[in-house]
Design a protein around this ligand. Sequence first.
Ligand code: SIN
Length: 491
Amino acid sequence: MMNIDLSELDIESRNLVAGQWIGAADGRTFAVADPATDREIAQVPLCGAAETRQAVEAAARAWPDWRSRTAAERGSLLAALADLMMRHRERLARLMTLEQGKPITESRGEIAYAASFLDWAAEEGRRLYGETIPASHRQKRILVLRQSIGVVAAITPWNFPSAMITRKLGPALACGNTCVVKPAEQTPLSALALGDLAMQAGFPPGVINVITGDPHAIGREIFGNTAVRKVSFTGSTEVGRILMRQAADHVVRLSLELGGHAPFIVFEDADIDAAVAGAMASKFRNSGQTCVCANRFFVHESAYEKFAAGLARAMASLRVGCGFDENVQIGPLIDDDAVAKVTSHVSDALAHGATVRTGGDLAAAGPGYAKRFFAPTLIDGLTADMRICREETFGPVAPLRAFTGEEEAIALANDSPYGLAAYFYTRDASRLMRVAEALEYGIVGANDGMPSTAQAPFGGVKQSGFGREGGRHVMHEYSNVKYVSWGLGGA
Ligand code: SIN
């Protein structure tokens, strides 16, 4: 068994408020455990409303100075933080694998991905352009300014413990806002490590605050405190709905990146090898625990057997085990609830007539490991009455169904309340544009299983949420538009 000790990684486990490292006022803590072994790796502060209020107040105090800095000044600190992340990449990656379980090669990839959001925002902040608009009066001028919003709260998930923070923090800070970060209870340490590096990079006290603890108490304070002007959340649609209700009281601006249930279509004219490679990238990244994971595969009947056999072969080469093993591609699921959900999706599919081509159950990871490792699973015979066809699985399960025509494939793909990511493979250029336009999703991978990148807008439609992260579009999420009507005097 591979045991890494937190002390090897030199990680701060207290909370960051106003540039100080603090514990909960009443000294309470909660345990963070390694999902691969269930072994406790750290205790972090169990903070609540009082500490969150302190963090919000610190961010509010820091805002006037931070927003008055030039974009270049803010950008150079963001770039310095990105640089520090890359210099500490191995340490941060090991920490991520320890608290989240993802294979170490993916953790290294995530640190680079996380740093890329800071780099992108550092530069994009310089382009927060306003406008002048021709007025309808000779003695008037119309100006449009883009200004910071104020204190932004970032509520982030466990599946990408660093990148989902920097994807919010980078543009929020670049636009002149100050931030309170509330990481997921499962993965607070990566967030605290990021806070530590932010202090080393030279961010002024209060510009970045990190609070861990009771999600309900923290959330109530965030939405109850009028100094918080914007909340950006990545997580489930269920929690997103609750946050929308909480945001209503003070009409807090929201960005919500919620659940997905991505369709993956393989047309008869597709390059099947490329489709298999794309399916592997989309489905098995982070052991199937991403919002953009393909979760429903629709394959033209004439290509079905070739694609399914190719996918099964590629899946057979995936090694399941502890994320610290350099040869492993599938790590543990995050917790027992995740295992129960994945298991129930498979058993429900079987009860509704599906068959398992490969996998189908927990995989043995060896002595000392928790029962959290699920074998990559390929299921034939997906139908609409199966839970896996309606709900996000968040695990390494690929259910397949054959279709006969393009319209049918599009209808199957769009038959979901979610609308985050969709994928399809074809070599026909006209079909490519037609299908890309017809899919009711915020992100479409056309012959691409991995569309996520810092310079492109990431986000969903329908019950997958609203707002975009990444690209130039994200800057609108973190700035207010102000219209100035300038009277020059005279008639
Ligand atoms: C997510 O799962 O929420 C993010 C995935 C990505 O950035 O590609």
